[in-house]
Write a protein that binds this ligand. Structure first.
Ligand code: GLU
Length: 445
């Protein structure tokens, strides 16, 4: 890392102790930014990096709610409003027992650059809670969401901060959150949340967008080597919204997706995953992946273990952060891997990224490859602002244009900075320069 940047990075780490994932995300971005600061000394003079690493506002709050047996439960809620240089804070809410300030800050920090890369007018933010939705009844989920919004409502708004979903937050939760916001504020403010239901202000393609976008991005990377998804053997991690839609899109493009996982284990279905069955189990029944095996012949279910033990030519990690380590990456590379598209945020550890890059694997980092979700959220905001709703075909076309645009911008930036094919460099520099220019133009804020 450039010595000037390293000094700033060390200060950031020292004043944010114990936030391991945030440290990792900051370090990864800083490693790309040395050459930009050679060309743009004004960024150092303007203390852009110091400002970027300090969120504009961080909110931590108590979420008290009653479970079905009448017992009082207390969770912690977060919203980190990281950077609004390009637009209102924008980013999802994650409900998962692992959520803490460091995780929310890593996600919010990544979101700044991701959102800049989309070319849409959105700043970066993230939030969530350590609430565990697993095993909770629908009524408990509703009461939790209402309690969460009872504090969050005062911090958000269509021109201020626009939350959406992430792990543990999908259409059901956004519905309960929106209902409570409307009730407290007495405003039908469609643009305050994205990922809404289609009949009350949501956008077609938003549910599919992150998974579809990841595959579109990976397809563009494959094209640079004269390849495509057609005939590829694909492994996807996860089996939530991002994973399911990545599987559907990869198979539509002619690939065979042979494996996917949940937090308990993984399935191997050599004939190609039956997406309708997977949707039925995960989205309709809210069940576990294990149930897939009983309902389809010749499927292996491996309890525990890592889905990255399954060979693939294309890997699409769509579960969570740091799910592929250096050893798993090395095994995949030895067994014929060509490309990685990150559907999750920061799923590859720094060691894994180094293995992929040393082997010249096509590697699409999350902040570029999974930007289709938030980009389509911005399309939802656009539809809300004009009180319009677009067709599936039109919205999908816009998503495709945006993903191809992100790919091309990352590739062009990597070329410009002398490291062709390095999408990590391209994404970090491309996102950063846009935000840094806007910050300088807006003065010392
Ligand atoms: N949580 C998603 C992400 O990581 C989507 C955020 C949004 O739509 O605002 O980008």
């Amino acid at each position: 890392m450039d010595a000037r940047l390293e000094a700033i990075r060390d200060t950031v780490l020292a004043r944010n102790p114990g936030e391991a994932e945030f440290h990792q995300a900051v370090t990864e971005v800083f490693e790309s930014l040395g050459p930009v600061h050679d060309r743009h000394p004004e960024f150092l003079e303007g203390a852009v990096l110091e400002r970027l690493c300090e969120p504009e506002r961080q909110i931590i709050f108590r979420v008290p709610w009653a479970d079905d047996s009448g017992r009082f439960q207390i969770n912690r809620g977060f919203r980190v409003e990281f950077n609004s240089a390009l637009g209102p804070f924008k980013g999802g809410l994650r409900f998962h027992p692992s959520v803490n300030l460091g995780i929310v800050k890593f996600l919010g920090f990544e979101q700044i650059f991701k959102n800049a890369l989309t070319g849409m007018p959105i700043g970066g933010g993230k939030g969530g809670s350590d609430f565990d939705p697993r095993g909770r009844s629908d009524a408990e989920i509703m009461r939790f969401c209402q309690a969460f919004m009872t504090e969050l409502y005062r911090h958000i708004g269509e021109y201020t901060d626009v939350p959406a979903g992430d792990i543990g937050v999908g259409g059901r939760e956004i519905g309960y959150l929106f209902g409570q916001y409307k009730r407290i504020t007495n405003r039908y403010e469609s643009g305050v949340l994205t990922g809404k239901g289609i009949s009350w202000g949501g956008s077609l393609v938003r549910p599919e967008a992150t998974g579809f976008g990841t595959v579109i991005f990976a397809e563009e990377m494959l094209k640079t080597r004269g390849l495509s998804f057609d005939g590829q053997r694909v492994v996807v991690s996860g089996s939530g919204n991002v994973a399911i839609n990545a599987i559907a899109k990869a198979q539509a493009l002619g690939a065979t997706v042979v494996a996917c996982s949940d937090s308990s284990g993984y399935i191997v279905d050599e004939a190609g995953i039956d997406v309708d069955l997977l949707r039925q189990i995960k989205e309709v029944e809210r069940g576990r992946l294990k149930e897939y095996q009983a309902r389809r012949s010749a499927v292996d279910y491996v309890d525990g273990g890592s889905v990255w033990d399954v060979d693939a030519t294309v890997a699409l990690p769509c579960a969570t952060q740091n799910e592929i380590d250096g050893d798993a990456a090395a095994r995949l590379v030895r067994n014929g891997l060509l490309a990685v598209g990150e559907g999750a945020n920061m799923p590859s550890t720094p060691d894994a990224v180094a293995v992929f890059q040393d082997a010249r694997i096509l590697f699409g980092p999350g902040k570029a490859a999974n930007a289709g979700g938030v980009a389509t959220s911005a399309l939802e905001m656009q539809q809300n602002a004009s009180r319009d709703s677009w067709s599936f075909a039109h919205t999908e076309e816009r998503l495709t244009e945006i993903m191809v645009g992100i790919h091309d911008r990352c590739a062009a930036t990597a070329d410009e900075y002398g490291d062709p094919g390095n999408y990590v460099l391209g994404a970090n520099i491309g996102g950063f320069v846009k935000v840094a220019d806007a910050m300088l133009a807006q003065g010392l804020i």
